[in-house]
Design a protein around this ligand. Structure first.
Ligand code: HDE
Length: 688
């Protein structure tokens, strides 16, 4: 991907306003003297102060005490949910003015570059858990707009497990490790999670997503994002639209295979974060298009679902997604803790032109996020931490508190005042002050849920109907895996019974092999389908895919040619050989080996290419892992290419995604066919 022309950070003049602000807080220790926190030069940093070389240590050693005290307090509480995450900086630009729908300034002018920071996360695991577990992914974006920070705190799935925030602590308690023994880590495959599901049937639709391959993203760069809730756009005239937000990855939406994710959790627990970091470091900037679905206020009740219900999607075939802009992530953090760990998102951080709805899940979130930061970040001044600072100036009468950084001048810290001419002064809406949407609301105070929220199964069935055969197969296997870990037989049965309300075929298939009685009824909760829900219908591109090139000394001349073809197409090829160092071609050429077979694994790559040359092949065979490597890639449905004798190492010579260049065959079409096989992502017919 060539982003050189579109990168506003390419040179100093083009740094975003947020980059410039952060620079003021960035310290480079390179080449500097070692000091205490008081700025005193330190002469000794290895030996504490003692009486004699073997003697007791002295309290007087203030540098030792300061160093140790700081170390003792290095940890802050991890996020209660979404503890494991990874973030990057970037920028957003709108394609066309959205002024007919919203007055949000960052959505008016295509030439305006809005800095962003995005944090991707898993939900259930602790901070040190593996990246590739089966879980929902967080997709939280902070837009540093000229009107203040706007946070879009979404997920990679468009619905949620529950309809009312009141249930969130229960749901999270159920999915987290069980409290008596803190097992299992970062997994929903246990009794309490499934016990929650069967007793809270509103979760059925989200469970379908969670059991689908959406839970196993190949990369944060290949993951959709959703605002989940229905929000409101309000334009200058005060006219409102209900709106749902989408991020569509330019590389398409792609997933790993379950077996692969489990192996990756051990081989490279940082698989997703490493992928994002490496892509940005190498200039392959991840891009996401921003889309909105909009419903005019008058049409609120025109649908067969309640548009405020967060367990429902708005099918894209009925309410199209209008693509309105693009976000590019182009800078890694300087310091994980200072930026990714300390960033504080909040769905209540909005700008004029964006407002809330009465979705009861969203309403509860509006309380939770600031509250959680108070204990996580140690007080009410977390907005002053550099990553959280808005680029718009901040002036108000809030004062003091733990870790206050701002030095507010003058005697006035109240409104209204005469001494400071009644400043800081409120700004009227017509001059950009935030005004809440004047929605008319009436009703009795009740603790109840609207009947329009009570259909829990139709869209779960619609999701199932929209899947390809392979996706259905993966969903069934996921249920069977998860329920296979559930100890209580009655819970397994209750799950089968529950999903019989969604689709009897689904429930029957789940029931096979988990020791339960299949459903006695037949039928489906819906005959509808939405093709946009299937990942089979996504964008397919070979860009940035990683190919393992298996080669040894004596590889034939075709290899360098194919490698340059791949490189030109933006595919990353890395040589894997029995030993690190360099390998020599049969007649000419030399290649650097990036991985020895000992350290590499097929799960770390998207595809495999086996070099030609009898010598190369026999050298590869000196390492028994070679054949397993190729076989595993085959079992994970990955494209496999082979040149001449290299084909002898393949478990199968034909089949979807297997591309072979026979001896003396023209190489260009081979390279082309291999790249098309890579773009296709996986070759699922091998499973059928
Ligand atoms: Fe969150 N959620 N959440 N959530 N959420 C948090 O805030 C909460 C929900 C989401 O990268 C916490 O700063 C409640 C839906 C993301 O820092 C906490 C409810 C969606 C992140 C919290 C929900 C999300 C969080 C924990 C039910 C998708 C990580 C730490 C009403 C639209 C943001 C923190 C990051 C984090 C509360 C449900 C997304 C405890 C009460 C639905 C991406 O405040």
């Amino acid at each position: 991907m060539d982003n050189s022309n579109s990168n506003p950070n390419a040179n100093n003049q083009n740094k975003t306003s947020k980059d410039q602000q952060l620079e003021q807080f960035t310290v480079d220790n390179d080449g500097k003297n070692l000091t205490t926190n008081q700025g005193l030069n330190v002469s000794e940093d290895e030996h504490s102060l003692k009486v004699g070389e073997r003697g007791p240590t002295l309290m007087e050693d203030f540098h030792f005490r300061e160093k140790m005290t700081h170390f003792d307090h290095e940890r802050i509480p991890e996020r209660i949910v979404h503890a494991r995450g990874f973030g990057a900086h970037g920028y957003f630009q709108v394609y066309e003015s959205m002024k007919d729908y919203t007055k949000a300034k960052f959505l008016q002018d295509p030439s305006v570059v809005t800095p962003v920071f995005v944090r991707f996360s898993t939900v259930a695991g602790s901070r040190g858990s593996a990246d590739t577990v089966r879980d929902v992914r967080g997709f939280a974006t902070k837009f540093y707009t000229e009107e203040g920070n706007y946070d879009l705190v979404g997920n990679n799935m468009p619905v949620f497990f529950i309809q009312d925030a009141m249930k969130f602590p229960d749901f999270i308690h159920a999915v987290k490790p069980e409290p008596h023994n803190e097992i299992p880590q970062a997994q929903s495959a246990h009794d309490t999670f499934w016990d929650f599901v069967v007793h809270n049937t509103e979760s059925a639709h989200m469970i379908m997503w969670a059991m689908s391959d959406r839970s196993l993203p190949r990369s944060f760069r290949m993951m959709e994002g959703f605002g989940v809730h229905t929000f409101r756009f309000v334009n200058e005239e005060g006219k409102a639209h209900f709106v749902k937000f989408h991020w569509k990855p330019v590389l398409g939406t792609h997933s790993l295979v379950w077996d692969e994710t489990q192996k990756l959790a051990g081989k490279d627990p940082d698989f997703n974060r490493r992928d994002l970091w490496d892509a940005i470091e190498s200039g392959n900037y991840p891009e996401y298009e921003f889309g909105v679905q909009m419903i005019p206020e008058e049409a609120e009740f025109d649908f067969n679902f309640d548009i405020l219900d967060p367990t429902k999607v708005w099918p894209e075939e009925i309410i199209p997604v209008k693509i309105i802009g693009k976000m590019t992530l182009n800078r890694n953090t300087d310091n994980f803790f200072a930026e990714t760990e300390q960033i504080a998102f909040h769905p209540g951080h909005v700008v004029p032109g964006i407002d809330f709805t009465n979705d009861p899940l969203l309403q509860g979130r509006l309380f939770s996020y600031t509250d959680t930061q108070l204990s996580r970040l140690g007080g009410p001044n977390f907005h002053e931490i550099p990553i959280n600072r808005s680029v718009a100036p901040v002036h108000n009468n809030q004062r003091d508190g733990m870790h206050r950084m701002t030095i507010n001048k003058g005697p006035v810290s109240y409104h209204k005042n005469g001494i400071a001419g009644n400043t800081p002064k409120p700004v009227p809406p017509e001059k950009g002050g935030y005004e809440h949407y004047t929605e008319k609301v009436e009703g009795r105070k009740v603790q109840a849920r609207s009947d329009s929220f009570k259909d829990h199964f139709s869209q779960a069935a619609m999701f199932w109907n929209s899947m390809s055969d392979v996706e259905k197969m993966h969903i069934v296997s996921a249920f069977q895996f998860e329920l296979g870990k559930v100890q209580r037989k009655e819970i397994r049965q209750q799950v089968v019974d529950l999903f019989a309300h969604v689709d009897s075929d689904l429930a029957t298939r789940i029931s096979e092999g988990i020791g339960t009685i299949p459903p006695q009824t037949s039928g489906s909760a819906s005959s509808e389908s939405s093709p946009a829900l299937s990942m089979m219908n996504t964008v397919k591109l070979p860009l940035t895919r990683k190919v393992a090139v298996l080669a040894g000394n004596g590889f034939t001349d075709e290899l360098p040619f194919v490698l340059s073809q791949l490189q030109q197409a933006g595919i990353i090829a890395e040589v894997v050989s029995p030993k690190l160092g360099t390998i020599k071609g049969k007649t000419s050429g030399e290649l650097e080996v990036q991985h020895s077979l000992l350290g590499a694994d097929s799960v770390l790559f998207d595809a495999v290419l086996v070099a030609g040359g009898a010598l190369s092949v026999s050298e590869l065979l000196t390492e028994p892992k070679t054949l397993d490597f190729i076989k595993e890639a085959y079992q994970h449905f990955k494209p496999i290419g082979a040149i001449a004798e290299g084909a002898n190492l393949l478990p199968s010579a034909n089949g979807e995604g297997i591309v072979i260049a026979q001896e003396n065959e023209e190489l260009k079409p081979f390279g082309q066919a291999f790249m098309e096989a890579i773009a296709a992502h996986r070759h699922w017919t091998r499973a059928i």
